[in-house]
Design a protein around this ligand. Structure first.
Ligand SMILES: [Zn+2]
Ligand SMILES: [Zn+2]
Length: 300
């Protein structure tokens, strides 16, 4: 297949074909293009898009928020999403945003064979203790636990992950919850859960505040725990209006520069705090992610 053909394919896909579920691509795109898409893009599978309530016993909720990046590593994981790992995929690396139980569950990580764990140095001791206990109980090997620091990137294969600061308190006063910049092949995706807005220090580091020239990110997944602007969780979570404002400002000033047709996905939604027809209530380019949704991000 000639390179030209591939370019033509991308030329006609502006309406967001690549931002659609990759299962569509799997079904219709010739082998050579599939490889190209895989090589020059970043694939995210939402393995959970809910808040602390999770899927619940009645199965009506959303699984705890968790993503699979490029079929290679995971950010946050609990028992809720055990059924979400694709067949034949065996991620061995996990990042944890913070210690809350809807994100951090060592026993679940051990069940799927995680061998490498990255989390903020600020709660390293707590995490080591929790993993040691879970490993003893499960009779599993203790994974390697590696402390991370603000702005110091971590490479996993050909993906670069930069830990950033979240605005999200936990039970441990010294713990710093993290959001992440995830980069591959020119894609700069900010994955921001759990956090109330984007802290200035993180915004500056990734180039989306007023002091930088040019765009800082070209893809965004952000939490919206509730849809009520007056929700009391104002100081630890975002609501849809916070995401709307963030996106409006970043797009207007070209600090978020997305390919045509690409959406901003919201996650970490509480079933009780959002309407059922959530996508009908969101303005463009916002979309509520769904458990199991796969999105292919590419650079503009
Ligand atoms: Zn949470
Ligand atoms: Zn939390």
């Amino acid at each position: 297949m000639a390179i030209m053909d591939r370019r033509t394919f991308f030329g006609i896909s502006a309406a967001g074909a690549l931002a659609a579920a990759s299962t569509t691509l799997e079904g219709k795109v010739p082998e050579a293009i599939k490889d190209f898409v895989k090589d020059k893009s970043l694939k995210i599978k939402f393995m959970g898009t809910g808040s602390a309530g999770g899927i619940g016993k009645n199965g009506l909720g959303r699984r705890h928020s968790s993503i699979l990046v490029n079929d290679d590593f995971i950010i946050d994981f609990t028992d809720d999403s055990l059924d979400m790992i694709p067949a034949g995929v065996h991620p061995e690396t996990i990042f944890y945003t913070h210690s809350h139980k809807d994100h951090f569950q060592p026993s679940a990580a051990l069940k799927i064979g995680i061998k490498k764990v990255y989390l903020s140095h600020s709660w390293y001791d707590i995490a080591v203790k929790a993993f040691r206990q879970a490993a003893t109980e499960a009779g599993a090997a203790m994974p390697e636990i590696i402390p991370t620091y603000f702005g110091m990137d971590v490479k996993v294969g050909d993906v670069t992950v930069t830990p950033l600061l979240a605005n999200h308190p936990t039970d441990y006063i010294y713990e710093e919850a993290q959001i992440y910049l995830i980069e591959k092949d020119g894609v700069r995706l900010l994955y921001a859960t759990d956090t109330s807005g984007i802290p200035g220090k993180s915004a500056r580091h990734i180039g989306i505040d007023k002091h930088r020239e040019g765009y800082g990110i070209n893809a965004l997944i952000m939490e919206a725990t509730s849809s009520d602007p007056d929700d009391f969780r104002l100081y630890c979570h975002s609501s849809t209006d916070i995401v709307e404002k963030t996106v409006r400002v970043l797009l207007k000033t070209d600090r978020l520069h997305m390919p045509e047709g690409q959406k901003v996905y919201i996650t970490h939604m509480s079933r009780k705090l959002h309407p059922k027809n959530i996508n009908e209530t969101l303005p463009e380019p916002l979309r509520a992610a769904e458990d199991g949704l796969e999105v292919i991000f590419r650079a503009p």
